[in-house]
Write a protein that binds this ligand. Structure first.
Ligand SMILES: NC(=O)c1ccc[n+]([C@@H]2O[C@H](COP(=O)([O-])OP(=O)(O)OC[C@H]3O[C@@H](n4cnc5c(N)ncnc54)[C@H](OP(=O)(O)O)[C@@H]3O)[C@@H](O)[C@H]2O)c1
Length: 251
């Protein structure tokens, strides 16, 4: 059960596989771009930029005319974002020169909001290189590592703030304006501006192999679980080997 205001109509030409991603990432991307605007930042940084959410943020910033410094961890992702998404600034965090390059670019563009979803040591290092009076908005922790290395004196001296973002709180904070936000989201999703790439669909009986595959090829797109009536995994008595999700991760 849910209330009507939480529902989005699915147009006839959008398949269920695409419709299954019609809510969380698109609205998160919109909320994060709104955060950049609320902070009155004339430019921004985002990490995990080759994620589906990151690609939506690229498109929204292009529409809003907000220069965006995109951070990825592999050269293939630099190529993807530049060639297929028209991203102007894409930096690979795995290079030795990364922090020098991003510091200079953030200063030049006056990128005073960083939307950050990687976590671990990169978070504190980004706060160290951001211009004074910046905000780092954490909305994910893809590395599954703890934050460390914060230098309180640097943060105090340059008035750097750390704030979280969570979709539910963003939607609640909209109040009555949520209707306008949902309408805008539906338009952008239906015209494919905010659509995710699907890598593969799979059935319930393939889930163990597919989760491992997803962890190894996240940038390739979403893996959609589509159980069918004749899926053996839905038959009574089906048994699976227990597995630990950590075995599937690449690092
Ligand atoms: N706070 C909220 O309300 C909210 C809502 C929605 C989503 N989120 C967060 O948004 C983030 C993106 O979600 P998504 O569905 O768009 O992701 P996705 O499409 O599954 O893509 C994940 C991306 O992250 C990269 N990545 C994975 N581990 C990484 C690491 N340790 N360091 C750097 N990059 C890494 C992957 O690159 P490789 O191919 O190199 O692995 C891939 O490009 C997630 O953290 C998710 O939890 C938060």
């Amino acid at each position: 059960m849910t209330d009507a205001i939480s529902l989005l109509p699915l147009p006839d030409d959008i398949p269920f596989s695409v419709g299954s991603m019609h809510f969380v990432n698109p609205l998160t991307a919109m909320g994060l771009v709104q955060r950049i605007k609320d902070n009155k930042s004339v430019a921004a940084i985002q990490t995990g930029a080759a994620s589906q959410c990151g690609r939506m943020i690229i498109k929204l910033c292009q529409m809003e005319g907000i220069p965006l410094i995109n951070v990825v961890r592999r050269d293939e992702q630099v190529k993807l974002l530049k060639e297929e998404y028209g991203a102007e600034h894409v930096l690979n965090s795995s290079t030795d020169t990364f922090f020098d390059e991003i510091k200079e670019l953030a200063k030049k563009l006056r990128a005073t909001t960083c939307i950050e979803c990687v976590g671990g040591p990169i978070t504190a290092k980004l706060m160290d290189i951001m211009p004074p009076n910046s905000q780092l908005a954490i909305y994910g922790c893809l590395s599954e590592k703890e934050y460390d290395g914060f230098d309180p004196l640097l943060l105090i001296g340059r008035n750097i703030t750390l704030r979280s973002f969570i979709l539910g709180e963003y939607l609640q904070s909209q109040g009555i304006w949520i209707i306008k936000t949902m309408r805008k989201a539906a338009t952008l999703m239906n015209d494919k501006t905010l659509q995710s790439t699907i890598h593969e669909t799979f059935t319930l009986s393939q889930i163990q192999d597919q989760i491992g595959k997803y962890y190894k090829t996240m940038t390739a797109g979403k893996m959609i679980l589509c159980p069918h009536d004749d899926d053996p995994a839905l038959q009574s008595g089906a048994e699976f080997e227990p597995f630990d999700i950590k075995d599937c991760q690449t690092e």
